[in-house]
Every structure is written in structure tokens, then in C-alpha cells.
Design a protein around this ligand. Structure first.
Ligand SMILES: Cc1ncc(C[n+]2csc(CCOP(=O)(O)OP(=O)(O)O)c2C)c(N)n1
Length: 368
């Protein structure tokens, strides 16, 4: 009798893990560990990237303070994610279309959204969503994963128009558990659309830890079922993030189809400033462990060793950022407050009867 075939299921799982190593160019002290991942950036570009990351840290700190003073509304902290956010964005062109999530405001500003409008968006003001034609971006998405579906559509549109541009989008580790996530990468893969899809794996979806999201060892491996390349990168390492992003962009822009990138990172702060307390689900030891991997420390060491960065330079960038934020808040304050009646008017092109009644009701109240 023929011998029955046995299958080693554990070996199948182990095999997958070997396919998704973490790409890393710099160790946590800023020493090069993989020369082949060090990008071909000029000294000026390296300094510019560091300046953007420092700027983002200041924006995070000031936004937190402004929120507590009641001068901003919604805010999702970004400290810890500077390499994942700013170094990835640095790999894209102005004509590439950004579809951000609510935490991706720094990239959106660097893509061209004036800072005062980002502040108005935080306040829920419609002017925060009025984009100039040359800003190739959508407003930050609050619905988890929805931007992925939209990005798949934009990516296909770019391909159909023969553009050498891409749509790029971000979600979190939690977002990669959503139906929209799978639908989007599947669709984009099937049509070989020009998309670059990021998962910023910061360890937690609000309070749900990454290991309770999925049995998959990496989130990058989710690309396999969509038939697209998936890469895991050290999201605290700006050089590796940049290199991987640049190569993914080229691949997608040249009509080969989308790429999924998992950047392994950490958010030091709360999920958002709307009532989350991270100490209820995270230990101080874990926070301390990640602080040692800080992207700013790592990149600062790397640049200082090359003689490209000084303490004074960093202080100047921080001072300029603070002034820029001060000016932008003053500008946002000048924009007339949004009335409930304006808000209702914006909802429909043609107002249904009940909305017309509500508009009249609020206009009467507002004129008093
Ligand atoms: C469809 C949907 N379900 C639930 C929520 C509520 N919610 C807001 S943020 C969040 C967790 C998202 O975590 P993750 O995707 O890991 O992103 P992170 O905020 O950590 O960057 C949830 C469940 C939502 N906004 N949209």
C-alpha cells in the first residue's frame, strides 16, 4: 500500500518567517550595519531629512501643549514615528498622491498643506479641508483602513492615465486587520495599480497589542495573498525606511504593481489626546526599551559622525519650528469661526427639506 503523505504544518509556518527579515541600515547607535541600504542622498538632503524629523518632534510637543490649552482639537501624537513618517515621505514626489490617516499630519504638511490649515483640520473647521489644486493629497482619514481603498482607486487612476506617479497611504497595525485593508491590496495587486501601502506598526491599536491583532508573525507577509511584494523595515531607522520606500516607489511607478511596507515603530505618547492613558496597557520598561531606539538619536549620531550636524543646528531648527507653529496658530485664529449653519450647508449640494429647516433654525440663533 502506498505510504500516505504527511504535511509538516509547523515547517510551513516557519518557512514564511524566513521570507520577511527586518531591513535595517543603522543600528540604534547610528552605526551602519548594512552599507547596501544606505541611500545615495547628498549631504544637504541628509540634513534636510534630519531637520524635518526634528521639526516633527517639535510639532508633536507643541500640538500636545496647544491641545491642552484648548487651542487645538483632535490630535494623534507622532513622537517616535518620525523615521517611519518623514523618511518615507521624503522618498516621494510632489505629484505623488498622499492618502494619510489621522496620525499622518506631518507628512501631509511636508506634502504641501499649510500648517494653519492642518490646525484648522484639528479643530474640525472646513477650511482645513480646502486643498489647492497642486496639493496631491486627501484629508486625513479617521475611518480605520478606508484610505487604503481610496488609495487603490487613485493608484489605478494614475496607471490608467499613464502617469509615472504613485498613490501612497498609511494605516496602523490595527488597520491591517480591517476588511478594507485586504480588499485594497487585493484590488491594487490584481490591477497592478501604482500604489505604495504602509503599515506603521507602532505596537498598539489604541490599547490592543499587536500580537492580539493577528497570528501572522509579520504584517508584511499579508502582501503574499495579494500577490504583491511585502517588506518589513526597521521603522526607527530613517535610512532603511527611505531606501525601501524609494525602491518601492520606483517599482510601483514603473507599472509593476503595488508594494506593502511594514515599518516597525513605536508611539511614545497616547493614542490620541481624546482620553487615552497608555500607562493602563503599556509598561515603563517597554517604553524605555523603545526610547533607546529613538530615530532622532540614531540619525543625530550618524550625521554627527559625518560632521554634518551640530547641537546649534538642531537648536536653530527647533526655534524656527516653534516660530512657524506660533505664526500658524495666529493665522488659524484669524479664520472666522465655523457656524453650525455653515457646517450644515456644506453637507449637501442641494439641501433636503429637514436640513433647510435646521439651517434656518441655526441662522436665527446665530444672528442674535
Ligand atoms: C472603522 C473604524 N473602526 C473603529 C474606529 C475607532 N478607532 C480609532 S483609532 C483605532 C485603532 C487604530 O489603531 P492602528 O490602526 O494600529 O493605528 P495607530 O492609531 O496605532 O497608528 C480604532 C479602533 C475607527 N476610527 N474606524
Amino acid at each position: 500500500m502506498a505510504k500516505k503523505k504527511t504535511i509538516d504544518f509547523q515547517a510551513l509556518l516557519n518557512e514564511v518567517d524566513t521570507l520577511f527579515p527586518t531591513y535595517q541600515a543603522l543600528d540604534q547607535d547610528g552605526n551602519v550595519v548594512d552599507e547596501s541600504l544606505v541611500p545615495d542622498l547628498s549631504d544637504e538632503q541628509l540634513v534636510e531629512l534630519m531637520s524635518r524629523m526634528v521639526w516633527s518632534r517639535v510639532l508633536d510637543q507643541r500640538s500636545t501643549a496647544l491641545n491642552r490649552q484648548g487651542r487645538l482639537g483632535f490630535f494623534a501624537p507622532t513622537a517616535g514615528q518620525e523615521a517611519s513618517q518623514l523618511a518615507s515621505h521624503f522618498a516621494f514626489e510632489k505629484e505623488d498622491v498622499l492618502l494619510p490617516g489621522y496620525r499622518d499630519v506631518p507628512q501631509l504638511i511636508k506634502h504641501g498643506l499649510p500648517l494653519y490649515q492642518a490646525f484648522l483640520w484639528s479643530r474640525g473647521h472646513v477650511v482645513g479641508n480646502e486643498y489647492k489644486d497642486d496639493l496631491q493629497a486627501l484629508p486625513p482619514q479617521i475611518i480605520i483602513g478606508a484610505q487604503y481603498v481610496q488609495a487603490a482607486g487613485v493608484a489605478l487612476g494614475l496607471k490608467k492615465r499613464g502617469k509615472k506617479n504613485v498613490a501612497f497611504t498609511y494605516t496602523g497595525d490595527g488597520g491591517s486587520s480591517q476588511g478594507d485593508f485586504y480588499e485594497a491590496i487585493n484590488f491594487a495587486g490584481a490591477y497592478k495599480a501604482n500604489g505604495v501601502f504602509y503599515i506603521q506598526n507602532n505596537g498598539f491599536a489604541i490599547s490592543t497589542p499587536r500580537d492580539q491583532q493577528t497570528a501572522a508573525t509579520t504584517l508584511a507577509q499579508k502582501a503574499v495573498a495579494a500577490g504583491i511584494p511585502g517588506i518589513q523595515v526597521d521603522g526607527m531607522d530613517p535610512l532603511a525606511v527611505y531606501t525601501v520606500s524609494k525602491l518601492a516607489r520606483e517599482w510601483a511607478a514603473n507599472g509593476n504593481g503595488p508594494v506593502l511596507i511594514e515599518a516597525v515603530t513605536y508611539r511614545y505618547g497616547a493614542h490620541t489626546l481624546s482620553g487615552d492613558d497608555p500607562t493602563r496597557y503599556r509598561s515603563k520598561e517597554l517604553d524605555d526599551e523603545w526610547q533607546k531606539k529613538d530615530p532622532l538619536i540614531r540619525f543625530r549620531n550618524y550625521l554627527q559622525n559625518k560632521g554634518l550636524w551640530t547641537k546649534e543646528q538642531e537648536e536653530e531648527v527647533m526655534e524656527n519650528a516653534k516660530q512657524e507653529i506660533k505664526d500658524a496658530i495666529a493665522e488659524a485664529d484669524k479664520v472666522p469661526k465655523q457656524k453650525v449653519s455653515d457646517f450644515l450647508k456644506n453637507m449637501f449640494e442641494e439641501q433636503p427639506q429637514n436640513i433647510q429647516e435646521q439651517i434656518k433654525f441655526y441662522e436665527a440663533k446665530e444672528s442674535k
